[in-house]
Design a protein around this ligand. Structure first.
Ligand code: SF4
Ligand code: SF4
Length: 158
């Protein structure tokens, strides 16, 4: 995941992470909850190589006339078809270099020394982890914003 530069960013150092000492590395590699909780939708051309799209067409499906989504994420129990591994243990994205824009723009990012995040996306991270029975990444110092009123590129699947 990478952070949107236009949003406020906070960095939480490794020492403050809830899951330490295991958190000596990127916690996303031991999680994957957000890839199995939200609908991951994007402009359809992101899955069309003739238009510069990088998402393999066989891993995408139509959502609306203008939107596609990652296969497996528009269902009651979402799990992206590109996610490899076991949630909460060890995961990786099979198309990391070509993942769609919502994944690239998701504002929780491992910096090597800590976790950089936007408050809104950390709230989504916490929501996804809770849905999988995983604790928040760290003791959160301030109340996190409610998801209501936020219009994320990652939407909760229905
Ligand atoms: S839910 Fe949070 S910790 Fe888990 S993979 Fe997503 S961003 Fe990383
Ligand atoms: S494309 Fe990769 S990063 Fe995006 S939801 Fe699927 S597994 Fe996660």
């Amino acid at each position: 995941m990478s952070a949107q530069e236009t949003q406020p960013l906070t960095v939480i150092p490794v020492a403050r992470m809830q899951t330490a000492p295991q958190s000596a590395g990127n916690p996303c590699l031991r999680c994957g909850a957000c890839c199995a909780h939200f609908r991951v939708s994007f402009y359809w051309a992101e899955a069309d190589p003739s238009r510069g799209g990088t998402v393999p067409a066989d891993l995408a499906e139509d959502l609306t006339p203008v939107l596609g989504c990652m296969k497996g994420t528009n269902q009651a129990h979402p799990r992206c078809a590109a996610l490899i591994g076991e949630i909460g243990r060890g995961v990786r994205c099979a198309i990391y270099e070509g993942r769609p824009s919502p994944c690239r723009e998701f504002g929780v990012e491992w910096t090597g020394e800590g976790l950089r995040f936007t408050p809104e996306d950390l709230a989504r991270c916490t929501q996804a982890r809770a849905a999988w029975g995983l604790p928040p990444l760290f003791d959160q110092p301030h109340p996190l914003p409610q998801l209501e009123g936020v219009t994320p590129p990652l939407k909760q699947a229905s």
